[in-house]
Write a protein that binds this ligand. Sequence first.
Ligand code: BES
Ligand code: MN
Ligand code: ZN
Length: 490
Amino acid sequence: MSQPTAITFAPTDIDVLATTTGRIAIIVTPDGKLDKAARRANRLTRGAVERLIESDGFAGGKPGRVIPLAWPTGMVAEALDVLVLERRCSPIAARKAGAALARAKGDKALLVMASNMPRAGDLALGLALRDYRFEVHKSEAKSASGAITIHHSRDAEMTQALAPLMAVAEGVSMTRDLVNEPANVLTTTEFADRLAAMTDLGLEVEVLDEDELETLGMRTLLCVGQGSDSPSKVVVMRWNGGEKDAAPLALVGKGVVFDTGGISIKPAGGMEEMTMDMGGAGVVAGTMRALALRKARANVVGLVGLVENMPSGNAVRPGDVVRSMKGDTVEVINTDAEGRLVLCDVMWYAQERFKPAAMIDLATLTGAIIVGLGHENAGVFSNDDDLCKAFLKAAQASGEGAWRMPLGSAYDDLLKSRIADMKNIGGRPAGSITAAQFLQRFVKDETPWIHLDIAGVALISKESDYAPKGATGWGVMALNRLISDLYEGE
Ligand code: BES
Ligand code: MN
Ligand code: ZN
Protein backbone atom coordinates (compact mmCIF):
# COMPACT_ATOMS: atom_id res chain seq x y z
CA MET A 1 0.00 0.00 0.00
CA SER A 2 1.26 3.50 -0.69
CA GLN A 3 2.19 5.20 2.54
CA PRO A 4 1.91 8.98 2.82
CA THR A 5 5.28 10.70 2.48
CA ALA A 6 7.23 11.01 5.72
CA ILE A 7 6.73 14.43 7.28
CA THR A 8 8.68 15.53 10.32
CA PHE A 9 8.76 18.69 12.37
CA ALA A 10 12.14 20.07 13.42
CA PRO A 11 13.10 23.01 15.63
CA THR A 12 13.48 26.34 13.88
CA ASP A 13 16.95 26.81 12.44
CA ILE A 14 17.29 29.48 9.79
CA ASP A 15 20.95 28.69 9.17
CA VAL A 16 19.88 25.67 7.08
CA LEU A 17 18.64 28.13 4.45
CA ALA A 18 22.21 28.64 3.33
CA THR A 19 23.19 24.97 3.33
CA THR A 20 20.17 22.95 2.15
CA THR A 21 20.42 21.63 -1.39
CA GLY A 22 16.82 20.48 -2.01
CA ARG A 23 13.76 22.70 -2.27
CA ILE A 24 13.03 25.21 0.45
CA ALA A 25 9.67 26.87 1.05
CA ILE A 26 9.31 30.19 2.83
CA ILE A 27 6.10 31.98 3.72
CA VAL A 28 5.19 35.57 2.88
CA THR A 29 1.83 37.18 3.61
CA PRO A 30 -0.46 38.34 0.78
CA ASP A 31 0.43 41.95 1.65
CA GLY A 32 4.10 41.12 1.31
CA LYS A 33 5.30 40.72 4.92
CA LEU A 34 8.32 38.50 5.53
CA ASP A 35 8.95 36.41 8.61
CA LYS A 36 12.42 35.81 9.97
CA ALA A 37 13.24 32.92 7.64
CA ALA A 38 11.91 34.80 4.62
CA ARG A 39 14.06 37.81 5.58
CA ARG A 40 17.12 35.58 5.79
CA ALA A 41 16.31 34.05 2.39
CA ASN A 42 15.89 37.56 1.04
CA ARG A 43 19.33 38.57 2.36
CA LEU A 44 20.97 35.43 1.00
CA THR A 45 19.49 36.07 -2.43
CA ARG A 46 20.37 39.77 -2.28
CA GLY A 47 16.78 40.92 -2.33
CA ALA A 48 15.18 38.39 -4.71
CA VAL A 49 12.22 37.81 -2.39
CA GLU A 50 11.49 41.51 -2.07
CA ARG A 51 11.86 42.03 -5.80
CA LEU A 52 9.33 39.25 -6.31
CA ILE A 53 6.87 40.87 -3.90
CA GLU A 54 7.22 44.24 -5.63
CA SER A 55 6.81 42.77 -9.10
CA ASP A 56 3.54 42.98 -11.03
CA GLY A 57 3.28 39.22 -11.01
CA PHE A 58 2.89 39.20 -7.23
CA ALA A 59 0.39 42.05 -6.93
CA GLY A 60 -2.35 40.95 -4.59
CA GLY A 61 -0.48 37.70 -3.97
CA LYS A 62 -3.29 35.14 -4.00
CA PRO A 63 -3.34 33.24 -0.70
CA GLY A 64 -2.25 29.64 -1.12
CA ARG A 65 -0.17 30.37 -4.22
CA VAL A 66 3.37 29.03 -4.57
CA ILE A 67 5.85 31.02 -6.64
CA PRO A 68 9.01 29.01 -7.24
CA LEU A 69 12.36 30.79 -7.70
CA ALA A 70 14.63 28.25 -9.41
CA TRP A 71 18.33 28.03 -8.45
CA PRO A 72 18.27 31.22 -6.37
CA THR A 73 21.63 32.99 -6.41
CA GLY A 74 23.36 33.09 -3.05
CA MET A 75 21.79 29.78 -1.99
CA VAL A 76 22.64 26.17 -2.77
CA ALA A 77 18.97 25.17 -2.88
CA GLU A 78 17.49 23.87 -6.09
CA ALA A 79 14.47 26.13 -5.68
CA LEU A 80 13.05 28.61 -3.24
CA ASP A 81 9.27 28.14 -3.13
CA VAL A 82 7.63 31.35 -1.99
CA LEU A 83 4.29 30.44 -0.41
CA VAL A 84 1.79 33.26 -0.10
CA LEU A 85 -0.23 32.74 3.07
CA GLU A 86 -1.72 34.68 5.94
CA ARG A 87 -0.05 33.73 9.23
CA ARG A 88 -3.46 33.24 10.88
CA CYS A 89 -5.24 31.46 8.05
CA SER A 90 -8.10 28.96 8.26
CA PRO A 91 -7.38 25.22 8.51
CA ILE A 92 -8.68 24.70 4.97
CA ALA A 93 -6.49 27.51 3.60
CA ALA A 94 -3.46 25.97 5.32
CA ARG A 95 -4.29 22.58 3.87
CA LYS A 96 -4.68 24.00 0.37
CA ALA A 97 -1.35 25.77 0.74
CA GLY A 98 0.27 22.51 1.78
CA ALA A 99 -1.22 20.85 -1.29
CA ALA A 100 0.16 23.62 -3.51
CA LEU A 101 3.62 23.06 -2.03
CA ALA A 102 3.36 19.32 -2.63
CA ARG A 103 2.43 19.97 -6.23
CA ALA A 104 5.48 22.20 -6.75
CA LYS A 105 7.72 19.74 -4.95
CA GLY A 106 7.32 16.79 -7.31
CA ASP A 107 9.38 13.94 -5.90
CA LYS A 108 12.09 16.20 -4.44
CA ALA A 109 12.89 16.64 -0.77
CA LEU A 110 11.33 19.75 0.75
CA LEU A 111 12.15 21.91 3.72
CA VAL A 112 9.37 24.26 4.89
CA MET A 113 10.19 27.27 7.09
CA ALA A 114 6.90 27.70 8.97
CA SER A 115 8.28 28.83 12.28
CA ASN A 116 5.33 30.63 13.85
CA MET A 117 2.51 29.27 11.82
CA PRO A 118 -0.36 28.12 14.06
CA ARG A 119 -1.82 25.96 11.28
CA ALA A 120 1.34 24.07 10.41
CA GLY A 121 -0.43 20.77 11.16
CA ASP A 122 -3.05 21.43 8.48
CA LEU A 123 -0.29 22.54 6.12
CA ALA A 124 1.35 19.15 6.71
CA LEU A 125 -1.96 17.38 6.08
CA GLY A 126 -2.29 19.19 2.74
CA LEU A 127 1.23 18.15 1.83
CA ALA A 128 0.51 14.52 2.69
CA LEU A 129 -2.84 14.46 0.84
CA ARG A 130 -1.47 15.98 -2.36
CA ASP A 131 1.84 14.09 -2.37
CA TYR A 132 0.02 10.86 -3.29
CA ARG A 133 0.87 8.79 -6.35
CA PHE A 134 -0.42 5.47 -7.63
CA GLU A 135 2.49 3.90 -9.48
CA VAL A 136 2.36 0.21 -8.62
CA HIS A 137 1.63 -0.69 -12.24
CA LYS A 138 4.33 1.53 -13.80
CA SER A 139 7.34 -0.51 -14.93
CA GLU A 140 9.76 2.42 -15.08
CA ALA A 141 11.93 2.85 -12.02
CA LYS A 142 9.97 5.00 -9.60
CA SER A 143 11.75 7.50 -7.42
CA ALA A 144 10.40 7.58 -3.91
CA SER A 145 8.96 10.93 -2.92
CA GLY A 146 11.56 13.01 -1.07
CA ALA A 147 11.10 13.60 2.63
CA ILE A 148 9.39 16.70 3.97
CA THR A 149 10.72 18.59 6.98
CA ILE A 150 8.86 21.49 8.55
CA HIS A 151 10.79 23.84 10.78
CA HIS A 152 8.62 25.15 13.57
CA SER A 153 9.24 26.96 16.85
CA ARG A 154 6.96 24.50 18.71
CA ASP A 155 8.08 21.36 16.91
CA ALA A 156 7.33 18.92 19.74
CA GLU A 157 3.75 20.17 20.06
CA MET A 158 3.33 20.05 16.29
CA THR A 159 4.66 16.50 16.12
CA GLN A 160 2.00 15.47 18.61
CA ALA A 161 -0.76 17.24 16.70
CA LEU A 162 0.42 15.64 13.48
CA ALA A 163 -0.19 12.00 14.49
CA PRO A 164 -4.01 11.96 14.23
CA LEU A 165 -3.84 14.00 11.02
CA MET A 166 -1.45 11.51 9.45
CA ALA A 167 -3.77 8.69 10.53
CA VAL A 168 -6.45 10.35 8.41
CA ALA A 169 -4.04 10.90 5.51
CA GLU A 170 -3.18 7.22 5.64
CA GLY A 171 -6.88 6.32 5.58
CA VAL A 172 -7.40 8.57 2.55
CA SER A 173 -4.39 6.95 0.91
CA MET A 174 -5.82 3.48 1.43
CA THR A 175 -9.16 4.51 -0.07
CA ARG A 176 -7.40 5.97 -3.10
CA ASP A 177 -5.29 2.84 -3.59
CA LEU A 178 -8.39 0.64 -3.52
CA VAL A 179 -10.34 2.88 -5.91
CA ASN A 180 -7.41 3.25 -8.35
CA GLU A 181 -6.70 -0.47 -8.43
CA PRO A 182 -7.99 -2.27 -11.55
CA ALA A 183 -10.57 -5.03 -11.21
CA ASN A 184 -8.29 -7.87 -12.34
CA VAL A 185 -6.12 -7.08 -9.31
CA LEU A 186 -8.74 -5.96 -6.82
CA THR A 187 -11.06 -8.93 -7.04
CA THR A 188 -13.61 -9.50 -4.29
CA THR A 189 -11.16 -11.94 -2.67
CA GLU A 190 -8.20 -9.57 -2.87
CA PHE A 191 -10.36 -6.75 -1.43
CA ALA A 192 -11.43 -8.95 1.49
CA ASP A 193 -7.80 -10.00 2.09
CA ARG A 194 -6.66 -6.37 2.27
CA LEU A 195 -9.39 -5.64 4.80
CA ALA A 196 -8.56 -8.74 6.83
CA ALA A 197 -4.96 -7.52 7.02
CA MET A 198 -6.21 -4.59 9.12
CA THR A 199 -6.56 -6.88 12.13
CA ASP A 200 -2.90 -5.85 12.64
CA LEU A 201 -4.18 -2.41 13.63
CA GLY A 202 -6.55 -3.77 16.25
CA LEU A 203 -9.67 -3.97 14.07
CA GLU A 204 -11.86 -7.07 14.35
CA VAL A 205 -12.49 -8.29 10.82
CA GLU A 206 -14.91 -11.02 9.70
CA VAL A 207 -15.34 -12.19 6.13
CA LEU A 208 -18.72 -13.78 5.31
CA ASP A 209 -18.66 -16.12 2.30
CA GLU A 210 -21.42 -17.01 -0.14
CA ASP A 211 -22.72 -19.94 1.92
CA GLU A 212 -23.10 -17.73 4.97
CA LEU A 213 -24.78 -14.98 2.91
CA GLU A 214 -27.16 -17.57 1.46
CA THR A 215 -28.04 -18.76 4.98
CA LEU A 216 -28.67 -15.16 6.04
CA GLY A 217 -31.00 -14.78 3.05
CA MET A 218 -29.07 -12.06 1.26
CA ARG A 219 -30.51 -12.98 -2.14
CA THR A 220 -30.53 -9.46 -3.60
CA LEU A 221 -26.81 -9.07 -2.90
CA LEU A 222 -26.01 -12.56 -4.16
CA CYS A 223 -27.99 -12.15 -7.40
CA VAL A 224 -25.68 -9.29 -8.43
CA GLY A 225 -22.57 -11.44 -8.11
CA GLN A 226 -23.99 -14.65 -9.51
CA GLY A 227 -22.74 -13.99 -13.05
CA SER A 228 -19.14 -13.54 -11.92
CA ASP A 229 -16.42 -16.10 -11.21
CA SER A 230 -15.38 -13.99 -8.22
CA PRO A 231 -17.26 -15.02 -5.08
CA SER A 232 -19.45 -12.42 -3.39
CA LYS A 233 -18.46 -11.49 0.15
CA VAL A 234 -19.53 -9.26 3.01
CA VAL A 235 -16.77 -7.98 5.25
CA VAL A 236 -17.46 -6.66 8.75
CA MET A 237 -14.84 -4.45 10.40
CA ARG A 238 -15.27 -3.41 14.02
CA TRP A 239 -13.49 -0.71 15.95
CA ASN A 240 -14.51 -0.63 19.60
CA GLY A 241 -12.74 2.36 21.09
CA GLY A 242 -15.79 3.79 22.86
CA GLU A 243 -17.90 2.91 25.91
CA LYS A 244 -18.33 -0.82 26.28
CA ASP A 245 -22.05 -1.07 25.58
CA ALA A 246 -22.60 2.04 23.51
CA ALA A 247 -24.41 1.31 20.22
CA PRO A 248 -22.04 1.73 17.28
CA LEU A 249 -22.22 3.94 14.24
CA ALA A 250 -22.61 1.69 11.19
CA LEU A 251 -20.87 2.57 7.93
CA VAL A 252 -22.03 0.57 4.92
CA GLY A 253 -20.25 0.62 1.55
CA LYS A 254 -21.09 -0.48 -1.97
CA GLY A 255 -18.21 -2.62 -3.15
CA VAL A 256 -18.89 -3.52 -6.77
CA VAL A 257 -15.33 -4.31 -7.88
CA PHE A 258 -16.43 -3.98 -11.50
CA ASP A 259 -19.78 -2.92 -12.92
CA THR A 260 -20.32 -4.04 -16.51
CA GLY A 261 -24.03 -3.43 -16.02
CA GLY A 262 -24.62 -7.19 -16.22
CA ILE A 263 -27.14 -8.37 -18.85
CA SER A 264 -28.32 -4.73 -19.10
CA ILE A 265 -24.75 -4.12 -20.25
CA LYS A 266 -23.21 -0.68 -20.33
CA PRO A 267 -21.87 0.88 -23.54
CA ALA A 268 -18.13 0.30 -24.15
CA GLY A 269 -17.08 3.97 -23.99
CA GLY A 270 -15.88 4.77 -20.49
CA MET A 271 -16.75 1.38 -19.07
CA GLU A 272 -13.19 1.08 -17.73
CA GLU A 273 -14.10 3.70 -15.13
CA MET A 274 -16.33 1.15 -13.44
CA THR A 275 -13.29 -0.18 -11.57
CA MET A 276 -14.19 2.62 -9.15
CA ASP A 277 -17.63 1.19 -8.40
CA MET A 278 -16.33 -0.09 -5.08
CA GLY A 279 -15.70 3.51 -4.00
CA GLY A 280 -18.20 3.41 -1.13
CA ALA A 281 -16.55 0.31 0.30
CA GLY A 282 -13.18 1.99 -0.22
CA VAL A 283 -14.22 4.97 1.90
CA VAL A 284 -15.55 2.69 4.65
CA ALA A 285 -12.22 0.82 4.65
CA GLY A 286 -10.12 4.00 4.72
CA THR A 287 -12.21 5.48 7.51
CA MET A 288 -11.87 2.33 9.62
CA ARG A 289 -8.12 2.46 9.04
CA ALA A 290 -7.93 6.09 10.16
CA LEU A 291 -10.00 5.34 13.29
CA ALA A 292 -7.77 2.42 14.24
CA LEU A 293 -4.55 4.32 13.58
CA ARG A 294 -5.59 7.21 15.77
CA LYS A 295 -7.26 4.95 18.32
CA ALA A 296 -10.57 6.78 18.14
CA ARG A 297 -12.70 6.77 21.27
CA ALA A 298 -15.81 5.58 19.45
CA ASN A 299 -17.59 2.37 18.47
CA VAL A 300 -17.86 2.06 14.72
CA VAL A 301 -18.71 -0.93 12.58
CA GLY A 302 -17.89 -0.88 8.88
CA LEU A 303 -19.65 -3.30 6.53
CA VAL A 304 -18.95 -3.71 2.84
CA GLY A 305 -20.72 -5.79 0.21
CA LEU A 306 -18.14 -7.04 -2.29
CA VAL A 307 -19.46 -8.33 -5.61
CA GLU A 308 -18.72 -8.18 -9.33
CA ASN A 309 -21.51 -7.38 -11.79
CA MET A 310 -20.88 -9.50 -14.90
CA PRO A 311 -23.04 -10.90 -17.72
CA SER A 312 -22.89 -14.68 -18.09
CA GLY A 313 -25.01 -17.79 -18.50
CA ASN A 314 -25.97 -17.68 -14.86
CA ALA A 315 -26.23 -13.92 -14.44
CA VAL A 316 -29.41 -12.39 -13.03
CA ARG A 317 -31.82 -11.40 -15.83
CA PRO A 318 -34.07 -8.38 -16.28
CA GLY A 319 -37.47 -9.51 -15.01
CA ASP A 320 -36.12 -11.86 -12.36
CA VAL A 321 -37.67 -11.57 -8.92
CA VAL A 322 -35.44 -12.01 -5.87
CA ARG A 323 -36.14 -11.94 -2.16
CA SER A 324 -34.09 -9.65 0.09
CA MET A 325 -32.88 -10.55 3.57
CA LYS A 326 -35.58 -8.25 4.94
CA GLY A 327 -38.16 -10.45 3.19
CA ASP A 328 -39.37 -7.97 0.56
CA THR A 329 -39.24 -9.12 -3.05
CA VAL A 330 -37.62 -7.08 -5.81
CA GLU A 331 -38.26 -7.25 -9.53
CA VAL A 332 -34.93 -6.64 -11.24
CA ILE A 333 -35.91 -4.47 -14.21
CA ASN A 334 -32.38 -3.34 -14.98
CA THR A 335 -29.35 -5.35 -13.89
CA ASP A 336 -27.25 -2.17 -14.04
CA ALA A 337 -29.12 -0.77 -11.01
CA GLU A 338 -27.16 -3.27 -8.90
CA GLY A 339 -25.70 -1.10 -6.17
CA ARG A 340 -29.00 -0.75 -4.33
CA LEU A 341 -29.47 -4.55 -4.46
CA VAL A 342 -26.13 -4.99 -2.72
CA LEU A 343 -26.65 -2.23 -0.17
CA CYS A 344 -30.19 -3.12 0.88
CA ASP A 345 -29.13 -6.53 2.21
CA VAL A 346 -26.00 -5.23 3.95
CA MET A 347 -27.93 -2.34 5.50
CA TRP A 348 -30.61 -4.68 6.77
CA TYR A 349 -28.00 -7.03 8.20
CA ALA A 350 -26.18 -4.11 9.86
CA GLN A 351 -29.36 -3.01 11.64
CA GLU A 352 -30.46 -6.51 12.65
CA ARG A 353 -27.10 -7.47 14.06
CA PHE A 354 -25.69 -4.25 15.51
CA LYS A 355 -28.73 -2.08 16.38
CA PRO A 356 -26.61 0.92 15.38
CA ALA A 357 -27.05 4.40 16.88
CA ALA A 358 -26.95 5.68 13.30
CA MET A 359 -26.18 4.31 9.86
CA ILE A 360 -24.39 5.95 6.94
CA ASP A 361 -24.14 4.23 3.58
CA LEU A 362 -21.81 5.30 0.80
CA ALA A 363 -22.11 4.31 -2.83
CA THR A 364 -21.14 5.25 -6.36
CA LEU A 365 -24.82 4.70 -6.94
CA THR A 366 -26.10 6.77 -9.86
CA GLY A 367 -24.90 8.56 -12.97
CA ALA A 368 -27.79 10.94 -12.31
CA ILE A 369 -26.04 12.45 -9.29
CA ILE A 370 -23.22 13.53 -11.64
CA VAL A 371 -25.78 15.19 -13.91
CA GLY A 372 -27.20 17.02 -10.88
CA LEU A 373 -24.14 17.93 -8.82
CA GLY A 374 -21.13 17.34 -11.06
CA HIS A 375 -17.86 16.42 -9.41
CA GLU A 376 -18.02 19.10 -6.73
CA ASN A 377 -20.56 17.69 -4.30
CA ALA A 378 -21.75 14.29 -3.17
CA GLY A 379 -25.51 13.84 -2.84
CA VAL A 380 -26.68 13.62 0.77
CA PHE A 381 -30.02 11.98 1.59
CA SER A 382 -31.25 11.61 5.13
CA ASN A 383 -34.24 10.76 7.32
CA ASP A 384 -32.82 12.74 10.26
CA ASP A 385 -32.24 16.51 10.17
CA ASP A 386 -29.86 16.62 13.14
CA LEU A 387 -27.59 13.87 11.88
CA CYS A 388 -27.67 15.37 8.41
CA LYS A 389 -26.73 18.82 9.70
CA ALA A 390 -23.86 17.36 11.70
CA PHE A 391 -22.59 15.56 8.63
CA LEU A 392 -22.83 18.63 6.37
CA LYS A 393 -20.89 20.62 8.97
CA ALA A 394 -18.18 17.98 9.18
CA ALA A 395 -17.95 17.79 5.39
CA GLN A 396 -17.64 21.54 5.08
CA ALA A 397 -14.92 21.71 7.72
CA SER A 398 -13.09 18.97 5.83
CA GLY A 399 -13.31 20.74 2.47
CA GLU A 400 -15.34 17.89 1.02
CA GLY A 401 -18.35 19.05 -1.01
CA ALA A 402 -21.74 17.69 0.06
CA TRP A 403 -25.25 18.83 -0.81
CA ARG A 404 -28.54 17.65 0.65
CA MET A 405 -31.15 16.20 -1.70
CA PRO A 406 -34.82 15.51 -0.97
CA LEU A 407 -36.68 12.30 -0.17
CA GLY A 408 -40.47 11.91 -0.30
CA SER A 409 -43.26 9.39 -0.72
CA ALA A 410 -44.18 10.60 -4.21
CA TYR A 411 -40.73 9.45 -5.36
CA ASP A 412 -41.19 6.18 -3.54
CA ASP A 413 -44.37 5.48 -5.54
CA LEU A 414 -42.23 5.26 -8.68
CA LEU A 415 -40.81 1.96 -7.42
CA LYS A 416 -44.13 0.04 -7.59
CA SER A 417 -43.87 -3.30 -9.37
CA ARG A 418 -46.69 -5.20 -11.04
CA ILE A 419 -45.55 -8.57 -9.75
CA ALA A 420 -43.23 -7.99 -6.77
CA ASP A 421 -43.05 -5.72 -3.71
CA MET A 422 -40.93 -3.23 -5.64
CA LYS A 423 -38.81 -2.88 -8.74
CA ASN A 424 -35.19 -1.81 -8.74
CA ILE A 425 -35.50 1.31 -10.88
CA GLY A 426 -37.90 4.23 -10.89
CA GLY A 427 -37.39 5.49 -14.43
CA ARG A 428 -35.37 8.44 -15.71
CA PRO A 429 -36.73 11.35 -13.64
CA ALA A 430 -34.97 11.93 -10.32
CA GLY A 431 -32.80 8.83 -10.74
CA SER A 432 -30.65 9.54 -7.68
CA ILE A 433 -33.67 10.17 -5.48
CA THR A 434 -35.54 7.03 -6.48
CA ALA A 435 -32.32 5.09 -5.80
CA ALA A 436 -32.24 6.62 -2.32
CA GLN A 437 -35.95 5.83 -1.86
CA PHE A 438 -35.21 2.22 -2.69
CA LEU A 439 -32.58 2.16 0.05
CA GLN A 440 -34.87 3.87 2.54
CA ARG A 441 -37.25 0.92 2.30
CA PHE A 442 -34.53 -1.02 4.10
CA VAL A 443 -33.97 1.54 6.86
CA LYS A 444 -35.85 0.96 10.11
CA ASP A 445 -37.89 3.89 11.40
CA GLU A 446 -35.75 4.11 14.51
CA THR A 447 -32.44 4.27 12.64
CA PRO A 448 -31.10 7.76 11.89
CA TRP A 449 -29.65 7.32 8.42
CA ILE A 450 -27.66 9.11 5.75
CA HIS A 451 -27.12 7.91 2.21
CA LEU A 452 -24.16 9.43 0.36
CA ASP A 453 -24.16 9.11 -3.43
CA ILE A 454 -20.48 9.57 -4.26
CA ALA A 455 -20.53 8.65 -7.97
CA GLY A 456 -19.33 12.14 -8.92
CA VAL A 457 -16.71 12.72 -6.25
CA ALA A 458 -14.94 9.37 -5.79
CA LEU A 459 -12.86 9.74 -8.95
CA ILE A 460 -11.96 12.95 -10.77
CA SER A 461 -10.32 13.58 -14.13
CA LYS A 462 -8.59 16.79 -13.04
CA GLU A 463 -6.75 17.44 -9.83
CA SER A 464 -8.57 19.08 -6.93
CA ASP A 465 -7.38 21.24 -4.03
CA TYR A 466 -6.14 18.22 -2.17
CA ALA A 467 -6.00 15.28 -4.56
CA PRO A 468 -4.16 14.52 -7.77
CA LYS A 469 -6.14 13.15 -10.74
CA GLY A 470 -7.85 9.82 -10.08
CA ALA A 471 -9.29 8.55 -6.83
CA THR A 472 -9.90 11.31 -4.27
CA GLY A 473 -10.71 9.45 -1.06
CA TRP A 474 -13.69 11.83 -0.68
CA GLY A 475 -15.51 11.19 2.59
CA VAL A 476 -12.79 9.77 4.81
CA MET A 477 -12.04 13.16 6.32
CA ALA A 478 -15.70 14.13 6.72
CA LEU A 479 -16.64 10.83 8.36
CA ASN A 480 -13.60 10.90 10.61
CA ARG A 481 -14.55 14.39 11.73
CA LEU A 482 -18.22 13.50 12.19
CA ILE A 483 -17.21 10.59 14.41
CA SER A 484 -14.97 12.81 16.47
CA ASP A 485 -17.69 15.51 16.71
CA LEU A 486 -20.46 13.06 17.67
CA TYR A 487 -18.68 10.61 19.93
CA GLU A 488 -15.36 12.02 21.07
CA GLY A 489 -16.34 15.42 22.45
CA GLU A 490 -14.92 16.17 25.89
N1 BES B 1 -22.17 2.32 -10.82
C1 BES B 1 -23.21 2.93 -11.53
C2 BES B 1 -23.32 4.42 -11.27
C3 BES B 1 -22.17 5.27 -11.76
C4 BES B 1 -22.24 5.89 -12.98
C5 BES B 1 -21.08 5.48 -10.96
C6 BES B 1 -21.20 6.68 -13.41
C7 BES B 1 -20.03 6.27 -11.39
C8 BES B 1 -20.09 6.88 -12.61
C9 BES B 1 -24.54 2.30 -11.15
O1 BES B 1 -24.50 0.97 -10.79
C10 BES B 1 -25.44 2.38 -12.35
O2 BES B 1 -25.12 1.76 -13.32
N2 BES B 1 -26.50 3.15 -12.24
C11 BES B 1 -27.42 3.32 -13.29
C12 BES B 1 -28.80 3.23 -12.72
C13 BES B 1 -29.89 3.10 -13.76
C14 BES B 1 -29.79 1.77 -14.47
C15 BES B 1 -31.24 3.24 -13.07
C16 BES B 1 -27.18 4.69 -13.91
O3 BES B 1 -26.84 5.61 -13.20
O4 BES B 1 -27.28 4.80 -15.13
MN1 MN C 1 -24.64 -0.33 -12.47
ZN1 ZN D 1 -22.70 0.29 -10.05
